[in-house]
Design a protein around this ligand. Sequence first.
Ligand SMILES: [Fe+2]
Length: 265
Amino acid sequence: MISDTVYTKILTWFNAYTRSFIDSEPIEKRAATLKFDHTLLVVKNNSLLCDSISIDNKVRLLSDIVALLHDIGRFEQFKKFKTFADRHSVNHAELGIQIIKQHNVLEELEIEYQYLIQNAIMLHNVPSIPPETDGVQKLLCQLIRDADKLDIYRIASEHYKNPDSRDSRIIGIGVTEENTVSEEIVAAICAKKSVDYSQMKSINDFKLVQLGWVFDLNFTMSVHLITARNHYYDILNSLPRNKTTNAVVDVIEQHIKHVLKDFNS
Ligand SMILES: [Fe+2]
């Protein structure tokens, strides 16, 4: 049965499980704290998105559980590999599912709900939702992907405003600080296509990819929040501007205007 009580039990497990990582060595403590805070803010973002649409109560509870557990693999990933870069360690979504199973976190839920939650976690970090995904599964994927991106925008904008070497090491995704922009990235974003993350070479590529996530946002509320919270503009202002970057930014901003034209009126 899915109920508020089940969510509270899973939250209690989440707090106890993550506590053991937060009580460890300084660098791990910092990494675990960043992910703990991130998770709680993703849960909040998810609530704001749910408030903005009409959603069944059960589906809403499922989305709360997905938000709470989507990055549960991050804690073990950092402990083992000292990085959050999946390409240099493991797929953190897969690791998360293993941990959820090992700890029987979802045991009180019907099997179909367990699948819905696990699939949404598996698909939270893929470049795009597979086209055959539909119904409640699709909605759960859309919610977690937006709620997660909204908080990654926050982390990125704070990081670009105050680059702190300690957190750079933790947040680092394995790109160079070189002041270049890759043609493949520019072409993909201008065509509103999802970017192959392995093509990212420089920090500017990473910033462009983050700005281009706007095309992948599923809810008008998400686009409203990244602009109203200024996170979009903080990333934009940290990007060196030239003919190439201006062209990409133009395409992105036209899209934002289009999406928000009815929201603000
Ligand atoms: Fe994640």
